[in-house]
Design a protein around this ligand. Sequence first.
Ligand code: ADP
Ligand code: MG
Length: 300
Amino acid sequence: MTSKDDRDAWLAKAKTLSDALPYMRRYFGETFVVKYGGHAMGDPELAKLFARDVILLKQVGINPIVVHGGGPQIGAMLERLRIKSSFVDGLRVTDQETVEIVEMVLSGSINKQIVAEINHAGGRALGLSGKDGNLIRARKVRRTSRKTDSNIEKILDLGFVGEPTRVDSSILEPFEKTDIIPVIAPIGIGAKGETFNINADTAAGAIAAAVGATRLLLLTDVDGVLDKKDKLIPEMTVKTARARMDDGTVHGGMIPKIETCISAVKKGVDAAVILDGRLPHVLLLEIFTEHGVGTLIRAE
Ligand code: ADP
Ligand code: MG
């Protein structure tokens, strides 16, 4: 015998599935690029749920492309090896010794962990770095800094920090026709064969633009973009996003995220969303329900 409460709970589950139908129909055959954040990756339980969610996307006919970060894991390895490291505007200053560790951790350790997690949960994932098939060509990032009280610009040397110059989408297109989920480490290859450390948000944005993705979803370790009173900003146009960078509301690791979202929507991605990767099933909530979570950035 089942109680009325049990039955009500079952019916609610069935309704949730049924309510997802319009979203499944809308996004069938579309490509979603998901950046799985360094800080959002730490929890093993969340990692299992993330793997299942990505498999579910693929199962209902969406083409997920996963791009991952690894900031905290790289930081931990550098510490173990007693290599000092610093950040400028959310980007890690990367010398020759550091870039070797960055590649080892990203494309060796983390990439394979995520691939294994998806495969263990019943999906089929294939790991790539931006070097494979020359997927991500990159050049050195040039940054300047200007003190607020002076007009003198200082050139900052971030070492082997790269920005994508070309993403070869032909490497990724065949996956649309298979059950294989690509998982990409944000490493780029330079014109002289150098290895570049690319911010994972930046890499995800460049990939989203190159494959003509419908959505770019950046999972991180905060609710979304917060205003000066730490309240979540649910939606921003490109114009307001720029203003929030200029007035200093957005700083540190949030800078490459916002820059990425702006450039992705300007290049035709329908919308870019910054989401809290600490929320279980945040991808399903965002994609298959009317409850938008996080901060959505659109052209206007
Ligand atoms: P990830 O590993 O996900 O890329 P980052 O540390 O690089 O994470 O970037 C996210 C961080 O950006 C947040 O944890 C927060 O400290 C910082 N941040 C700066 N400005 C903001 C803002 N306006 N709203 C939310 N987070 C912000
Ligand atoms: Mg970051």
